[in-house]
Design a protein around this ligand. Structure first.
Ligand code: RIB
Ligand code: CA
Length: 313
């Protein structure tokens, strides 16, 4: 089967970085048409810079990287330096990128790419707030029907919130954007905290990264060492959840995941539950299913895939 054409929309973030590395290490499975940066974990000047750092680390400096929206549709930007550090890629020392940032705005790239490709041939992979995606849909509604699928990291149901008691960060930062996406009618696969919290970087798994003896392996291990301190303290978990790589792993080996087609709606009014993904997991309403909501992961299989692919770089 031909590799799936994807656009990675991202706010690097250590876990975004691992997701980008996994995608760039898997040309037989995915063709990365472009990487579009959005404000999220850290402000846009850093997310677009970090995206380029990661593409160079992967040895793919010809990857097209674009800067997108620097703030949510209607709200003040909320960032997550407390998790990812001031740079967004804290942990190892990273040199500034030398590869260029594309001059075109990320939203224009998303619109032009979907218009230029056949119907249903491009998958969008949001790993951060949905601002770029929603802006593209608002500006060019004709592209919505052309999207093959949206496979995103975001939301939570049984694992509730990580930035508020009710909301997961990517959705919370721009709930109006998330609502536009979930109401768009595009086929959606959600990788929520319910599944990403099963992808924990235990010590043996981090040791396996370090044992690669490559710059990529060392960087991923160093990012994980930094990134996991927050989650270990908060959840008492052994290791950090590798949230965003679950999106790319789903594209490569969907059989590692199981979920349920349910209705997902976004809280955009109540300040108490703003950004909550209200997933009708038990189908207690007659609201139509609009997303495949993933709830389980074969964690050993996930890390075997990840280690095997990263070792290629
Ligand atoms: O809540 C986890 C998500 O928020 C991940 O995508 C992480 O990178 C941050 O963007
Ligand atoms: Ca992210």
């Amino acid at each position: 089967m031909a590799p799936r054409k994807i656009i990675i929309d991202t706010d690097p973030g250590q876990d975004d970085a691992v997701a980008i590395l996994l995608a760039l290490a898997s040309p037989e499975d995915v063709t990365v048409l472009g990487v579009t940066a959005v404000a999220g974990n850290v402000p846009l000047p850093l997310t677009q810079k970090n995206a380029r750092i990661v593409c160079e680390l992967a040895g793919k400096p010809d990857t097209l990287v674009f800067a997108g929206c620097d703030a949510p549709l209607k709200r003040k930007l909320v960032t997550a330096e407390h998790v990812h550090g001031k740079t967004g890629l804290d942990g190892p020392q990273m040199a500034d990128p030398t590869m260029p940032l594309q001059g075109q705005h990320a939203v224009d790239f998303i619109i032009n790419t979907l218009r230029a490709h056949d119907m249903g041939s491009v998958t969008l992979c949001p790993l951060g707030p949905l601002t770029n995606i929603a802006t593209a849909f608002n500006r060019a509604p004709d592209i919505i029907e052309k999207v093959q699928e949206i496979v995103l990291m975001g939301g939570a149901y049984f694992q509730v919130g990580n930035i508020t008691p009710a909301a997961e960060f990517n959705i919370y930062v721009d709930p109006e954007a998330a609502e536009i996406m979930f109401k768009s009618g595009v086929p959606i696969v959600v990788l929520p905290l319910d599944v990403t919290h099963q992808a924990l970087t235990t010590r043996p798994r981090v040791d396996a990264f370090r044992a690669m003896g490559t710059k990529v392996g060392d960087m991923v291990a160093a990012w994980t060492d930094f990134f996991e301190r927050f989650d270990k303290e908060k959840y008492g978990s052994e290791g950090a959840p590798l949230h965003d790589p679950c999106v790319i792993a789903y594209l490569i080996q969907p059989e590692l995941f199981t979920g349920r087609h349910v209705n997902v709606e976004i809280e955009t009014v109540s300040e108490l539950t703003l950004g909550m993904t209200v997933a009708d997991w038990w189908r207690v309403t007659d609201r139509p299913a609009n997303a495949l909501f993933i709830g389980n992961l074969d964690a050993e299989g996930f890390f075997a895939l990840l280690a095997g692919r990263l070792a290629r770089l």
